[in-house]
Design a protein around this ligand. Sequence first.
Ligand SMILES: CC(C)(COP(=O)(O)OP(=O)(O)OC[C@H]1O[C@@H](n2cnc3c(N)ncnc32)[C@H](O)[C@@H]1OP(=O)(O)O)[C@@H](O)C(=O)NCCC(=O)NCCS
Length: 173
Amino acid sequence: MLSIVQITDLPIEGFEALVRESEDEGFRFLKRLRDEWRSDTNRFSKASEAFFGVMEDRTLLAVGGLNRESDRCGRLRRFYVTKNGRRRGVGRFLAQHILRFAAEHYSSVVLKTDTEVADRFYIALGFTRLPQGGGTTHIIEMKRPNKALEPTPTSVTSPAFAGAAPAAVVAHL
Ligand SMILES: CC(C)(COP(=O)(O)OP(=O)(O)OC[C@H]1O[C@@H](n2cnc3c(N)ncnc32)[C@H](O)[C@@H]1OP(=O)(O)O)[C@@H](O)C(=O)NCCC(=O)NCCS
C-alpha cells in the first residue's frame, strides 16, 4: 500500500539512499535539495509550498515538492522516484497529489526537465511543452476538468513517521 506524507524536515529515513541512487544515475538535484535544505535556502516552507514523499510501508519510494514561482504559478521541483519503484504509477500518484495541492493555490504549474523519460511522464500527466530557451520546459493549467486533478482512490490516515507530517493519503495501487 502506498501512502503520501508531507515532509517537513530532512533527512527522513531512506532519504540518503535516494540521494545516493540519484547521484549514481547522474542526477544532482536531490543532493542540491539536501544542501539547500541544510542551508535553509529552500525547505518548501513558504506560503503555498510543500514537499511530499511516497511511502510503501516504511520505505521511501519517491519525493517531490512545489515551490512558489509567482503569485499565480507553482513550480514542481526535486521530483524523483526510486528505480525499483518506477512504472508502477508511483510518480503519477505523487504528481497528482502535488497538483491537487497546487490547484488550491495557483492557476498553473511549471517545471524544468531535460530527460526524455521525464518529458513523456509529464506529457502523460497532462503537461504541455513550453518553447525552448526559457527557464522552464513544461506547464499545466489548473483548470477543471483536468485529468491530472482527477481523484485517485484514497482515504486519510495518520501514519507515525519521523520527519513527516501526520496527514497522509493512502492508496491501493
Ligand atoms: C520520470 C519519473 C518521475 C516517472 O516516475 P514513474 O513512477 O516511473 O512514473 P509512472 O509509473 O507513474 O508513469 C506514469 C506515466 O508516465 C509515462 N512514463 C513513465 N515512465 C516512462 C518511461 N520510462 N518511458 C515512457 N513513458 C513513461 C507513461 O505514460 C506512464 O504511464 P503507463 O505506465 O501507464 O504507461 C521517474 O522515472 C524518475 O524519477 N526518473 C528519474 C528522475 C527524473 O527524471 N525526475 C524528473 C526530473 S524533473
